[in-house]
Design a binder for this molecule. Structure first.
Ligand code: PLP
Length: 431
């Protein structure tokens, strides 16, 4: 049992460097967070050694006395954290990630080649909600099912529910998916339920991004209207990397059996018990008053950051945010998200480029996505976000100057022109 540092100094050093990177810079990627020491201990525990295909009490392997207790505790805590009645809702805590949770949910709910509708990726939706381009089916959710995505209104940035309803009447989906990776506004679950009911479709919400806000009642409640709710556990929920699938037990068409069967044996093998233990720890934290305060602060920080950037004259998709993320439209500055992402990276601010409604290319999109979940975990408050906003403003000013001076829109010329820039060196020091 040699410690990692001695056993493998290369990997040890890289982990240490990554740890330093995470805490020395400003982490603004909307899908990331800093999980607690307790969650990481459970995640790195001896539970990783155990096979336990099946469900508690019905395993295909012996020796699961304690693993069963861990999984049962995790399921119980998941229902408690989301204020769900065990008579009406159940949960499968075995999905390895959000993507596998979503594919298992589709496998449970519809048949191969059935029709589904989800928010289009360039509108802020996720790959697994049926993403395809005009030329190619990209996600397995569009390869194995027929997909007709819905969009946001290109002028307002809000979901175009009227058009969604019209298209649903033509397409007659069997499954309607709501939820997103880059949508700063609240969802109208009641309206989506109505559309689903018009076509006898299931309604599924993927709350991966906002699950910490939903659990804290800082976002609308999808459980009131949906048949199935999926989530990742590592974004605003602040747990380890994994997924959950909640299903209604009172609907009368055995969603419980279908979801459990879809996760194992249809889509996965043995559960990652170390991760399930870590989810359980995170869910215990989620059910505390401290986590409620955290969720309130995540939203307040996002609002302040959006307001700060707007005060500098910038444009935000939908003119602001109601949750943890901001979509910043850089087209008025004639900059691509890629260039701003690059300068931010040099000065230790981590963000990601993101499409803004109407963009032609997802590779060089016209905006960036910012999220406040991780910095709020580091106790950042509103006044800190004003400073973060100032740093971001200076980044964009540098990007504009460099682009003007180098006289080219090409990324490689732009990167070459960044060499030795004194403003960048100064900004990096201050960050
Ligand atoms: N669903 C949504 C809405 C997401 O934003 C993401 C990831 O960013 C996923 C699913 C996929 O999660 P994972 O990366 O864990 O597969």
């Amino acid at each position: 049992n040699t410690p990692l540092q001695e056993e493998d100094s290369e990997i040890y050093a890289l982990i240490e460097q990554e740890k330093y990177r995470q805490f020395s810079g400003l982490e603004l990627i909307a899908s990331e967070n800093f999980t607690s020491q307790a969650v990481m201990e459970a995640n790195g525990s001896a539970l990783t050694n155990k096979y336990s295909e099946g469900l508690p009490g019905a395993r295909y392997y012996g020796g699961n006395e304690y693993i069963d207790q861990v999984e049962n505790l995790c399921r119980k805590r998941a229902l408690t954290a989301f204020h769900l009645d065990a008579e009406k809702w159940g949960v499968n805590v075995q999905p390895y990630s959000g993507s596998t949770a979503n594919f298992a949910a589709l496998t449970a709910l519809i048949q191969p080649q059935d029709r589904l509708m989800g928010l289009d990726l360039p509108s802020g939706g996720h790959l697994t909600h049926g993403y395809q381009t005009a030329k190619k089916k990209i996600s397995s959710s569009s390869i194995y099912f027929q997909s007709m995505p819905y969009q946001v209104d290109q002028t307002t940035g809000y979901i175009d529910y009227d058009r969604l309803e019209e298209n649903a009447a033509l397409f007659r989906p069997k499954l309607l998916i709501c939820g997103a990776s880059a949508y700063p506004r609240e969802w109208d679950y009641a309206r989506l339920r109505k559309v689903a009911d018009q076509h006898g479709a299931y309604l599924m919400a993927d709350i991966a991004h906002i699950s910490g806000l939903v659990a804290s009642k800082e976002a609308a409640n999808p459980f009131e209207f949906c048949d199935v709710v999926t989530t990742t556990t590592h974004k605003t929920l602040r747990g380890p990397r994994a997924g959950l699938i909640f299903f209604r037990r009172d609907k009368g068409d055995d969603l419980e059996g279908r979801v459990n069967q879809a996760v194992f044996p249809s889509c996965q093998g043995g559960p990652h018990n170390n991760t399930i233990a870590a989810i359980a720890v995170a869910l215990k934290q989620v059910a505390t008053p401290e986590f409620k305060q955290y969720a309130i602060q995540v939203r307040a920080n996002a609002k302040t950051l959006a307001k700060t950037l707007r005060n500098y004259g910038y444009k935000m998709a939908t003119d602001g945010t109601e949750n943890h993320l901001i979509l910043w439209d850089l087209k008025p500055q004639k900059l691509t998200g890629s260039k701003v992402e690059r300068i931010c990276e040099i000065v230790d601010i981590t963000i990601n480029k993101n499409s803004i409604a109407g963009d032609k290319s997802a590779v060089t999109p016209g905006g960036v996505r910012l999220g406040t979940a991780a910095l709020t975990s580091r106790s950042f408050k509103e006044e800190d976000m004003v400073k973060v906003g100032e740093f971001l403003h200076r980044t964009v000013q540098i990007a504009s100057d460099v682009q003007t001076k180098c006289g080219s829109k090409m990324m490689k010329d732009f990167v070459a022109a960044l060499e030795g820039n004194q403003d960048i060196a100064q900004l990096k020091k201050e960050v």
